[in-house]
Design a protein around this ligand. Structure first.
Ligand SMILES: Cc1ncc(COP(=O)(O)O)c(C=O)c1O
Length: 399
């Protein structure tokens, strides 16, 4: 039995939906993307949805729509997938990291407030939030905080009430990276709608897939118009094919992908329920292993959208050895996340060092993402859990 890190849950209806597009001449910018976008407005209540060809592209367009410019500051966290930071760097703005809540891995709103307050004061107060060094392009001087980019880590929304309160007070845009949280809820409100802009992603390990793809949602008409133009090579409404009002990108989602996504959206509830069942099995079958802490869901999360199943090992357990043993036993696992500030290019650009964000690093050092998808059977989950118990017992302690 091959155990995979993740598997998309595909049906004949999905395959037929893609095939139907293949019988038409409309392979891009046709009816499928429009219907796919409408499905997101219907699901979330957002006024506008803009389909794009990746979650990264979606986040990048939100950064552009928020008016983030060279040397502006954008506050985000280093406990994420690199794209949430990279989209800030694409605009030569400066990501300012704050550490995360140890339970959820989401941005710590108290630290966020402190950072925004200190950065608005400037001088020494601001200095402690800045990286050790800056890329040459930013050396002329940093500007003010322009936006906050919280990440809904592993399908659990961040704590948006305090985040939005700070953002309103200081006139900051809130870009919700909901790439991992389609279908999640915070205090009964849909993930993706919790800031000014929300972005979902549809890589094959996600709750729904389009192969590659993403979706932006927002209530802001002007921003939506701009992002539609930017995804389509900067063509504003009224521009001809060879007129480009803005510097834009090709971030369009093709019709085959949109058709697959739309077909998956029809089954979203079922897909989410399958994933929740697998998460329940993991919780039940890991319960006896003392060194393993399951994912922590906080009361504000009225619905978690299970994207991955990430356990934490006790600090005394040699996590890397456990990972190695599991791989040898045919169980793929990933240390997840690997902190962004310690990626080689981030150390190079900003001089980050181990110890800079201790909660992120601790989570990064102790976490393991287990094989996870809605297609897993209880038997497979049981066999993974059995091997985890064996691996933990034989891995030995950290030095
Ligand atoms: C938190 C987060 N942000 C952004 C992305 C980027 O999405 P994509 O891979 O579709 O560009 C991902 C995808 O894995 C993600 O997990």
């Amino acid at each position: 039995m091959e155990i995979r890190m993740s598997s998309p849950e595909l049906t004949d209806a999905d395959r037929e939906a893609v095939n139907r597009v293949m019988q038409t001449p409309n392979l891009s910018m046709g009816p499928e993307i429009e219907a796919f976008e409408r499905a997101f407005c219907a699901l979330t209540g957002a006024n506008h949805a803009i389909g794009v060809n990746s979650g990264t592209a979606g986040l990048h367009l939100c950064v552009r729509a928020a008016g983030v410019d060279v040397s502006d500051l954008v506050i985000t966290t280093p406990f994420s997938f690199v794209a949430s930071t990279n989209v800030i760097l694409f605009e030569k703005a400066v990501p300012i990291f704050v550490d995360v809540d140890p339970l959820t891995g989401n941005i710590d709103p108290d630290l966020l407030r402190k950072a925004v307050e200190d950065l608005s004061l400037g001088g020494e107060a601001a200095q402690k939030w800045l990286p050790r060094r800056l890329p040459a392009v930013n050396e002329g001087g940093l500007r003010a905080v322009k936006a906050v980019l919280p990440v809904d880590v592993f399908g659990q929304p961040a704590d948006y009430d305090p985040i939005n309160a700070i953002a309103r007070q200081y006139d900051l845009a809130v870009i919700e990276d909901s790439c991992e949280a389609l279908g999640g809820e915070y205090k009964g409100r849909a993930a993706g709608t919790l800031g000014d802009y929300g972005v979902f992603a549809f890589y094959p390990n996600k709750q729904i897939t389009t192969g590659e793809g993403g979706m932006i949602i927002t209530d802001d008409q002007d921003a939506a118009d701009l992002m539609r133009a930017l995804r389509n090579q900067g063509r504003a409404p009224g521009d001809t094919w060879l007129e480009h009002t803005y510097l834009g990108y090709n971030y369009r989602l093709d019709e085959m992908s949109a058709a697959l996504g739309l077909s998956q959206m029809d089954r979203l509830e079922t897909l989410l329920q399958h994933r929740a069942k697998v998460a329940d099995w993991y919780a039940e079958l890991l319960a006896g292993i003392e060194e393993v802490t399951p994912p922590q869901i906080v009361p504000n999360t009225t619905r978690v959208s299970w994207f991955v199943y990430v356990i934490r090992l006790s600090a005394s357990v040699n996590r890397d050895r456990v990972a190695l043993i599991l791989e040898e036993k045919g169980v793929p696992v990933r240390p997840y996340f690997s902190p962004i500030h310690l990626q080689p290019y981030m150390r190079d650009m900003f001089g980050y060092q181990p110890g800079d964000f201790p909660v992120t690093e601790d989570l990064g050092n102790r976490s393991l993402a287990l094989p996870f998808s809605g297609t897993m059977t209880k038997e497979t989950v049981a066999s993974v859990c059995q091997r985890i118990a064996e691996a933990v017992a034989s891995a030995g302690k950290t030095a």
